[in-house]
Ligand binder design. Sequence first.
Ligand SMILES: [Cu+2]
Length: 385
Amino acid sequence: MAYLQRLVQRYGLGRRQSSPILMALLLSLASLLIGCAQTMAAQTRTYFVAAVDLDWDYAPTGINQISGNAFGESENVFVQSGKKRIGKVYRKAAYREFTDGTFTTPKDVEPRWQHLGILGPVIRGEVGDTIQVIFKNTTGFPASMHPHGVFYKKESEGAPYNDGTSGSDKADDAVPPGGTHTYTWQVLERSGPGPMDGSSILWMYHSHPDEPKDTNTGLVGPLIITRKGSANPDGTPKDIDREFVTLFTVFDENASHYLEQNVTRFTGRPDRVLLRLGDEEFQESNLMHSVNGYVYGNLPGLTMKQGERVRWYLISIGTEVDLHTPHWHGQTALMAGMRMDMVELLPGSMKTVDMTPDNPGTWLYHCHVNDHITAGMMALFTVTE
Ligand SMILES: [Cu+2]
């Protein structure tokens, strides 16, 4: 900008005697350009995120939305509560966004993001930005926010291990119940879309003091990074009309921080169940094959219009059973320029897919792994005309 100002000054000086009007015009043009560049400049995006406890219902409508029928024998393996079964409601933890550092007012979730379900809020950055997350842990176990893709120093990594650090570099590792920590993540060029990517890509953040337990309890969320110059002021990509984030995972409630609490609160005979937590059928009943924490088509809000530029961000986390193949009926999509209607996900995968829906209707969106279909890893999406 200094260069522009110098240019205007030099040009203006040379013309001063002959045309003060021209000089004024040039100056106002320069200030316009400066203002424009400033709105495009890198910024710090601040988020207030808490890890909170909640009672999570995997099937709030109470029926199998894919068949349109009441739950039967095969669904009830997973969703029916009883003397020795927890059922479809579990104590879990999730990341939730608040309006400020007092963490008293949860931020409203816009209708277009209702589908996030158990997932944490979308955290965004444009290449060049800095992301600052003021994190509060209100759960009953140590938790953190470990991000993928963005640039962090040791005090903002959110994972405890033998890395030779000490003191304040350890404060981020495992925030104790009731504690807070500020994470600072830089959105470098290497955090943004590569040459073959679209205007934005997906990363994720999750808790890492006890990664398997923390994520099975529910602490996962999306991080979306947009290419420099491709973002609206709110960070969304300019060339996309509608974004969806879906997490495919078998939440293993046997490995949750809250297993014993769930047995005590939701089974009819906790005394007996607690003595036999290794029972095979009990363990099977706690494997929740979910999309964003919903089973059997209970995921709400996957609605879009025909012809919209739709971007899907897909996450998978978990263990060796978590090989998922999300498949859309009725439409096709592009991933990095390749045509498909199905995506391969392994634990830790983060993939971005673009779709222009051309086929109105209500369509199946399901994991294509047979065992997971039976266990309810299915959703519905609707394309309106
Ligand atoms: Cu699957």
